[in-house]
Design a protein around this ligand. Sequence first.
Ligand code: ATP
Ligand code: MG
Length: 198
Amino acid sequence: MSIAFFNIKGGVGKTSLAVNFALQHDYAIVTNDLYTQLERALPEGKILKVGPGEPFPEIPGDAPVAYDLGGYIDPRIIPVLTRVSHVVVPVLDEDNDIQVTAQAIAEIRQHNPNLVVVPNRLDRDDDAMRIINILVGLEVVDAKTQFFPIKRSKGFSYAMRDGRSIRQQMADNKLMNRAYHAVATQFDALSRYLLQPV
Ligand SMILES: Nc1ncnc2c1ncn2[C@@H]1O[C@H](COP(=O)(O)OP(=O)(O)OP(=O)(O)O)[C@@H](O)[C@H]1O
Ligand SMILES: [Mg+2]
């Protein structure tokens, strides 16, 4: 089951979500972002960086790969968006982010209908509903679109730094269980949905 994490908007959590997912489920990451320090989080054999103008490798759609894709929808990205089982689109609770994300969603939909919108880095539970309502109002989502909110948590930057998923961090240090319980539960719900056969 391969999955793309994509948004035209930067800084929304594509890499953070992709890395935590890859660590938790033993996925590889393929990315067109040469500068993200994935090497800190994942072993060499689990990372593939695709340089500008280089073709994306032809990996079958059912391989355990998470694509961390930044930037505009360049022609190389389209076959990837088409073959993955789901496209995860993180969005932050900022009006500008939501507007740009609405445009991204409209474009992605032309290539893959299996959209999963992740209102991310949330401070309050109702912020997710606000984001969802705006996207519904802009008519870019439909009844098939799935939403999985994710709270703000330091666990994502520690996962990047130490190569330990939020669940692994909880297992390493039981004191983290309380702090991470809610976000880990949210992330498990997202994971379960992404891993079920389409
Ligand atoms: N749920 C979260 N809770 C707390 N911090 C988060 C969360 N998700 C992402 N972040 C933080 O937000 C920042 C941006 O995240 P990230 O780098 O994953 O976004 P991105 O979409 O990959 O950005 P870019 O477009 O630069 O590649 C990082 O500092 C990251 O640690
Ligand atoms: Mg990134």
